[in-house]
Design a protein around this ligand. Structure first.
Ligand code: PLP
Length: 427
């Protein structure tokens, strides 16, 4: 074995994959099967008892999914990973593994809108309480921690405005209080930033966005950093206590630094069921091969578009951390010097009506609720995703009447700017 450590672009193409042992197929095949034949009765018993790793049933594990897991674990620098049906499914399984009814966790107030709903509404039905904190103020997390607190959740590059969070400062609070720090790295991707290097314990992804990258497949990922001590406090019984359904196996004791990923698979995914389809795993694997190329292009194009918009007479402000005078620029330089991502917001002097006119006037941009596609995307939150809120609430959420959100694609930058220009002219 070579001792040379492959670089990021090489891992994006090769990590986890080998020519198919049965056929020699060079591309990872789509193992479109629900179940796998056991070698013997003893083999079956060993698989079911967790004494041996292997494929049983695609709800729990599948060879196409396994390559995707190894690849993302390698790109994030984690110990192991688990692929699931969506980003939301990944979040659900993470909290299912660490929370009991009556427990609470802390989450940054600035998150993807769907996560705010999931934490604030759906999780309430499980008896899990979310406590919101200000991602720019680590003390606002610390002051809400009590004996039933089980974790801290943030986005590395936060929605909706695309602002970098000081991960290391929040990791310090988590570590001091014996809590795992869970970081949603969807908007940055491991190409720009690897949260485990800054003190995160678990990374989650919506693979639906930049990792898949083409707007064609849903997926989610949990990456286990392998560093958190799940047995130290007795606060994580799913990981530290004997599991009756596996003949008394204690997951952390038995599986060490990959215990969290194992628990999410053999308890969470097995019992709650949000498995990724082998086809989607294949599509996302193919997308990841070009992640470094696409992500750099997204960033370069977004910087060009933000710079151009900032100088336009009908634009009142642009929030993009790649701009040198942006208040978030210093954190961007510290955490993600290669670029600031593809997603940013800006304000139109004409307010709500101007926002609607602008969105409708765009020709190449697609008006839809997604980010991280090869195509440039636009949404006017006040007339769509945030329309049920009062104007005051919209402003607090960074979605005031004048706000337009862009997810810049990988087209020619001149064509992106030309489309922005012709639509602004219609206001
Ligand atoms: C889209 C998204 C999610 C949810 O992922 P799904 O794949 O849509 O379930 C979570 N976090 C962020 C930052 C997202 O952009």
């Amino acid at each position: 074995m070579s001792t040379h450590n492959p670089g990021f672009a090489t891992l994006a193409v090769h990590a986890g994959a080998q020519p198919d042992p049965a056929t020699g197929a060079r591309t990872t095949p789509i193992y479109q099967t629900t179940s796998f034949v056991f070698e013997s009765a003893d083999h079956a018993a060993a698989l079911f008892g967790l004494q041996q790793f292997g494929n049983i049933y695609t709800r729990i594990m599948n060879p196409t999914q396994a390559v995707l897991e190894e690849r993302v674990a390698a790109l994030e620098g984690g110990a192991a990973a688990l692929a699931v049906a969506s980003g939301h499914a990944a979040q659900m399984l993470v909290f299912h593994t660490i929370m009991q009814p009556g427990d609470n966790f802390l989450a940054a107030r600035k998150l993807y809108g769907g996560s705010i709903n999931q934490f604030g509404h759906a999780f309430k039905n499980f008896g899990w309480e979310v406590r919101w904190a200000d991602p720019a103020d680590p003390a606002s997390f610390e002051s809400q921690i009590d004996e039933r607190t089980k974790g801290i959740f943030i986005e590395s590059l936060a929605n909706p405005g695309g602002t970098f969070v000081d991960i290391a400062a929040i990791a310090e609070v988590a570590q001091k209080n014996g809590l795992p720090l869970i970081v949603d790295n969807t908007m940055a991707s491991p190409y720009l930033l690897r949260p485990l290097e800054h003190g995160a314990d678990i990374v989650v992804h919506s693979l639906t966005k930049f990792l898949g990258g083409h707007g064609n497949s849903m997926g989610g990922m949990i990456v286990d950093g392998g560093t958190f001590d799940w047995s130290q406090s007795g606060r994580y019984p799913m990981l530290s206590e004997p599991r009756p359904e596996y003949a008394g196996v204690e997951l952390h004791k038995t599986f060490g630094n990959i215990a969290f990923a194992i628990a999410c698979r053999v308890l969470g995914l097995r019992d709650l069921g949000p498995a990724i389809s082998p086809f989607n795993a294949f599509m996302i694997l193919t997308g990841i091969e070009t992640l470094p190329l696409r992500m750099q292009r997204h960033c370069d194009n977004a910087l060009a578009a933000a710079t151009w918009l900032k100088a336009h007479e009908k634009v009142s402000w642009v929030s993009y951390s790649g701009l040198e005078d942006d208040p978030n620029h210093a954190l961007q330089q510290q955490y993600a010097p290669k670029g600031s991502g593809a997603v940013f917001t800006f304000g139109l002097k004409g307010g709500y009506e101007a926002g609607k006119t602008f969105v409708e006037g765009l020709q190449m941009f697609s008006h839809l609720a997604n980010i991280g596609d090869t195509r440039s995307l636009v949404i006017h939150p006040a007339s769509t995703t945030h329309r049920q809120l009062s104007e005051e609430q919209q402003v607090a959420a960074g979605a005031g009447p004048d706000v337009v959100r862009l997810s810049i694609g990988i087209e020619d930058p001149a064509d992106i700017i030309a489309d922005l220009e012709q639509s602004l002219a219609k206001i």
